[in-house]
Every structure is written in structure tokens, then in C-alpha cells.
Write a protein that binds this ligand. Structure first.
Ligand code: RAT
Ligand code: ZN
Length: 392
């Protein structure tokens, strides 16, 4: 048995050496060309940082959108990194990425960073990023109704480190939705073409199921039967209030507390379906754990978006460990820009280490034995096999 003083170091070491499967990102395999974003200008114009820009700069959104991407990045760097200390989660992430590449993080201009990224070739850079992040593979977000993405599926060879997830938002929100039978055929064709490991949809805080609406009908008659036929889960990301401030684009979405009785109904009425669920409001987290204790076909995952901050991840993960043991998926990166996986997984590991160590310390105090192999088995579940088992 291990000395409890060593626990945190051992846990940190196991976390560092376990390769993650990152189950939800917005990254694209290199075969998708310019859909895959990487480099300093994209890192700086991430919508999490744009939201922060408008709080510290007098620029108006309409002026900002007239700038080129380089001008936007310059302004964000100047405002959030030079004139202010980058202590928010999203700004600190950029620093962590630059530092991981051995770059001096205190440049006034972006020139040295642009030079660095311009020198990289994507295949080598990608391998290095995955290695620095400690990830083995990522799941993309693939929308068959995206006019830029869908034609690429005819010819693309997908790098096996990138798995597909069939995103349903556009399909379910179309003005003239297809009939359920058409939708089901469409989904089965696309999920097979993409070899999707799950289907996914983001839903508002007002989401209700069942309801007398098209969404309910399409879920019941198209999405759920298609998932059953294909034997893949449906991922529900609940609690986003889209475009409360449309002027700031992607940064203009907010969050709200949802009625999770919809999850209860889905899990009970569709026992042959499996549900990956992430909820965006802090207030819904405990309830989600309670439902996971009732329904084995429910897999809570991630600390999504506004929750991906150390204070929230710590609280939510502690609660999940206490209520579910290791039967959940603690985090996904939601990365939109390739290099973000470096800082997001670094942060996740750093936050999880004391939380897990504390759980083992309590176990040891209560007379349990904790060996390194036990910790390895748990981290395997959390970072990899809970997802693999749930999707196979
Ligand atoms: O976290 C984000 O970047 C959001 O803009 C969304 O993409 C969200 O994660 C989603 O998948 O809807
Ligand atoms: Zn996302």
C-alpha cells in the first residue's frame, strides 16, 4: 500500500501517462483542409477570448467584425495579454500553449509566434500537439448539413486519430424539416458514411421531452431508432441559450438551468438507447448524477464550456466521484483550435489530481488499500474505457 503523502504525486503521474480519448471537440482531421483551425491567429480569435475582449476594449462588435483575422488577433493580444494580465482561464490557455512550444510568452507583437507557426508542417505539428496534450484520439463534430463540410466526405481519408460524431442541430432545427422517415434514412446513411461513434445535439434550457413539437417527433421516430439500429449513443448537451447577444457572434450564447425530467423520460422510455449527457448549468449537475444512479444507459460527461474552469471542474468531479465512483467521463476539451488540447488537458489533469488523490486518501483512512495499479485502472476508465465501452 502506498504512503498517503505520495498519493497526489502518483495520481498526477498516472494522469500524465494515460492517453486520453477526447470525446467532444470541434477539431477536424487534416483531410478536411481549411476546416481544421490551428495557429496563433485562430488561438487568439477563439470566441471565449472575443467575449473577454469586449469587456476590456472600447471596440464595438460591428467594428471588430470589419477587421481581418490578423487585426483581430493583434487587438486581442494587445488588450488581454499586454495591457492586462492573462489570468482568465481562456487567456492563460494561450500562454500555456506558447510555453509548451518553448516560446517566450512576453512578446509585445505576434511576429515571433506567427513565424513559429508558419514554420510548422501540419503532420509533424499535429503529432507533437497530440503528444504534448497526452491525447490518443479526438472526436470531431460533423454536421452533414454544413455546406462546407458535407461535400468533403465524398473524397476524404480520415486520419484514424479523428473519429466522427454526427451532429444533429441543423437537422432538428430546419425550417422545413424532413419527415421522420426521410430523417431516419438520412441519418443512417450519414452515420455509416462517417463511421460516427455517436450522434449529438445541443439543446436549450427549455428542452422538454416529450413535447408536441417537431423535435420530439424527430427524436422519437428518427434519431432514437437510427441510434438503436446503428448501436451508437445519442449525446445530449443541454442548457445552451443561443444568441442572447447576437452582435458578438459565437460568443453570444449563454446558459440556463434545464428541466432534467426530460432525461429521466428518455432513459426510462428508451432502455435500448444509450445517452451521453452534458449539462451547461452548474445547478443541473447534482440532478444529473442522481439520474445516472437510476439509469445505466445514462453516461454523464464533461464540464462543458462555461464550466471548464478549475473551480467548477473540481466541484463537479468531486460530486461525480462521490455519487458514481468512476462510472462517468470527467472531461472533454471542446477544442476548436488544434493547440487548445494542450492547455485544456493540462488544466484537466492538474485539477483532477488533488480531487482523485483526496478520494484515495479517504479510502485509505477508512481502511481500504490503494495501489498504483488501482489508480491506473480508475484513470483508464475515466479517460478511455468508459467511452469505448459506451460506444461499442
Ligand atoms: O464550447 C463551445 O465552443 C461552444 O461554442 C459550442 O460549440 C458547444 O461546445 C457545442 O458543441 O455546441
Ligand atoms: Zn462543443
Amino acid at each position: 500500500m502506498m504512503e498517503t503523502v505520495n498519493l497526489e504525486a502518483v495520481v498526477a503521474d498516472v494522469l500524465a501517462s494515460t492517453q486520453v480519448i477526447d470525446i467532444h471537440t470541434h477539431l477536424f482531421a487534416p483531410g478536411f483542409g481549411s476546416l481544421g483551425l490551428w495557429g496563433i491567429d485562430h488561438l487568439l480569435t477563439y470566441h471565449y477570448l472575443e467575449a473577454e475582449l469586449f469587456r476590456s476594449s472600447p471596440i464595438r462588435p460591428e467594428q471588430y467584425w470589419m477587421l481581418t483575422i490578423e487585426q483581430r488577433a493583434d487587438l486581442i493580444w494587445k488588450t488581454l495579454f499586454v495591457e492586462n494580465n492573462p489570468i482568465s482561464e481562456a487567456t492563460r490557455g494561450v500562454i500555456a500553449v506558447l510555453h509548451a512550444f518553448g516560446l517566450d510568452t512576453s512578446s509585445i507583437t505576434l511576429t515571433p509566434y506567427r513565424d513559429f507557426f508558419n514554420e510548422q508542417n501540419l503532420p509533424d505539428h499535429l503529432a507533437r500537439v497530440f503528444q504534448l496534450a497526452g491525447i490518443e484520439s479526438v472526436v470531431m463534430t460533423n454536421d452533414p448539413l454544413d455546406p462546407e463540410e458535407s461535400p468533403l466526405w465524398d473524397s476524404v481519408t480520415v486520419d484514424p486519430r479523428f473519429q466522427a460524431a454526427l451532429r444533429l442541430d441543423r437537422l432538428l432545427n430546419q425550417e422545413t424539416p424532413p419527415t421522420p422517415a426521410e430523417a431516419r434514412r438520412f441519418l443512417e446513411t450519414w452515420a455509416t458514411r462517417m463511421r460516427a461513434v455517436y450522434m449529438a445535439v445541443s439543446l436549450p434550457d427549455s428542452f422538454q421531452f416529450p413535447a408536441h413539437d417537431r423535435r420530439s417527433q424527430l427524436l422519437t421516430e428518427a434519431v432514437l431508432p437510427a441510434c438503436r439500429d446503428l448501436n451508437i449513443p445519442l449525446s445530449l448537451m443541454i442548457g445552451v441559450r443561443r444568441q442572447v447577444n447576437p452582435a458578438i457572434g459565437l460568443a453570444g450564447d449563454a446558459s440556463g438551468c434545464a428541466d432534467l425530467r426530460s432525461i429521466e423520460t428518455l432513459c426510462r422510455e428508451f432502455p435500448d438507447n444509450r445517452f451521453l449527457v452534458s449539462v451547461l448549468s452548474r445547478e443541473n449537475q447534482h440532478e444529473l448524477c442522481v439520474y445516472a444512479r437510476k439509469f445505466a444507459n445514462l453516461m454523464p460527461f464533461g464540464c462543458w464550456w462555461f464550466l471548464n474552469n478549475p473551480s467548477m471542474v473540481e466541484e463537479i468531479t468531486r460530486e461525480r466521484l462521490e455519487m458514481l465512483g468512476t462510472s462517468f467521463i470527467p472531461q472533454h476539451s471542446d477544442a476548436r483550435i488544434l493547440e487548445q488540447v494542450i492547455y485544456k488537458w493540462r488544466n484537466t489533469r492538474r485539477t483532477l489530481a488533488p480531487v482523485l488523490a483526496n478520494a484515495y486518501r479517504l479510502l485509505a483512512e477508512d481502511g481500504g488499500t490503494v495501489m498504483r495499479a488501482d489508480i491506473e485502472r480508475d484513470v483508464q476508465r475515466l479517460f478511455r474505457t468508459n467511452f469505448q465501452t459506451f460506444t461499442s
